[in-house]
Design a protein around this ligand. Structure first.
Ligand SMILES: Cc1ncc(COP(=O)(O)O)c(C=O)c1O
Length: 392
């Protein structure tokens, strides 16, 4: 069986956890957290990085920092994870869903302006599969309409756009270190602030609405309740684990890219045959090989394809179910125009196994099986017609 994901451990995680244990500093913001913050600030070039317990938590902090009030509108793709929307809905915000581009499956920048109303406050570009949104266009629209941009860079660590690391371009950004991501700590995330006006308040919101961080730096002689907030910081054991991963981030990314490139070359002929579509990475984007996906012709063929791979011992998975037509999306949000690319891509997309310890023979066996099965489903091989199960 080739699983879809197998979390990679560098070998140093338990050593660093034992150091945190020996230091007897187990709550947040100890020496490992500080090392992780410094690494993120240096590698991404953000003004301030703050570890959180998840990307979901970082997005919730960003929604508070953006001062989202009931009825404020937030433009985002429908093709994303629920947390992108929930973070704002928790503050009374209204997600306004815009379709994605057919090439990258990222927020379609040409459809954003039509979604802007006097209530619009924020745009959330989601960098799908670690491939950047057209950030120049999005930042220009935001500037023209005085909007805040919060990058959902859950999948975007070590990727860049026109030479700029993802997470460094919007006013704020959120990263994920969930075990399915490239750099992991089980659960984990980070809020990145690029606009200095958010830095001080971000520290307060993350520390239960208090100025405890200033107190620990000796800047105030006692800490008090300053603002709304919650407990968003992870403990030191998580940060110690994460530090081991950050030290190996370059090697992890290199291996993932080698697997991604092998898949991409391996599926080129099948794409020319019209059996499937491969991911498209625009020339100005350097990606991090977070994901390798294929687009099959339709839902029935994708379902049949996934079942066939499963029968051959290969785990493949679909991805986001559109938010605009989900029960909560219909209740609390609205779509701006049709979300046709979202709907069809969501039904056609299948993600293949991609994890650091996959060897070339394993990757080749996935390629061979996938091409054979894509050909079989295209030919309408004598299998029962697939029923739409799984994704919905
Ligand atoms: C685009 C996007 N945003 C946010 C999240 C939430 O991340 P976390 O699990 O760290 O809260 C995910 C999770 O996969 C995601 O794909």
């Amino acid at each position: 069986m080739i699983p879809f994901n197998k979390p990679y451990m560098t070998g140093k995680e338990l050593w660093y956890i034992s150091q945190a244990h020996a230091n007897r500093h187990l709550s947040g913001d100890g020496s490992f957290t500080k090392r992780c913050h410094a690494w993120l600030e240096q590698r991404i070039g953000c003004e301030k990085a703050l570890l959180t317990h998840s990307c979901t938590g970082a997005l919730e902090m960003a929604a508070i920092l953006a001062d989202i009030k009931p009825g404020d509108e937030v433009i985002m793709p429908s093709f994303t994870f629920v947390s992108t929307a929930n973070a704002f809905v928790l503050r009374g915000g209204v997600p306004v869903f815009v379709d994605v581009r057919p090439d990258t499956l990222n927020l379609d920048e040409t459809k954003i302006e039509a979604a802007i109303t006097p209530r619009t406050r924020v745009i959330v570009p989601v960098h799908y599969a670690g491939v950047a949104c057209d950030m120049d266009a999005i930042m220009a629209i935001a500037k023209k309409h005085d909007l805040i941009v919060i990058e959902d860079a859950a999948q975007g660590i070590m990727s860049s756009y026109k030479g700029r690391p993802l997470g460094s371009i919007g006013h704020m950004a959120a990263l994920s270190f969930h075990e399915t991501k490239n750099i992991i700590s089980g659960e984990g995330g980070a809020l990145l602030a690029n606009d200095p006006r958010f830095v001080e308040r971000a520290e307060i919101i993350r520390e239960k609405g208090t100025n405890r961080s200033q107190f620990f730096r000796g800047q105030v002689d006692k800490y008090t309740w300053q603002d709304i907030g919650s407990s968003y910081l992870p403990g030191e054991l998580i940060a110690a684990f994460l530090w081991a991963q950050m030290e190996e981030a370059d090697a992890i990314t290199r291996r993932r890219l080698a697997i991604w490139d092998r898949y991409h070359a391996g599926f080129a002929a099948a794409e020319r045959e019209g059996l499937l579509r491969r991911p498209i990475v625009p020339a100005d984007c350097v990606h991090n090989a977070h994901m390798y996906y294929l687009l099959l012709p339709d839902l029935a063929k994708r379902t049949q394809f996934m079942k066939a791979l499963k029968a051959r011992g290969i785990d493949s998975v679909f991805h986001y179910v559109p938010l605009h037509s989900a029960p909560a999306g219909l209740r609390v949000g609205r779509a701006s125009g049709a979300c046709e690319v979202t709907d069809t891509s969501s039904e056609r997309l299948v993600r293949l196994p991609l994890w650091v310890e996959m060897d070339d023979a394993m990757v080749d066996s996935v390629i061979d099986a996938a091409v054979e099965e894509a050909r079989a489903v295209a030919a309408g091989a004598a299998r029962p017609r697939a029923v739409a199960t799984g994704a919905r």
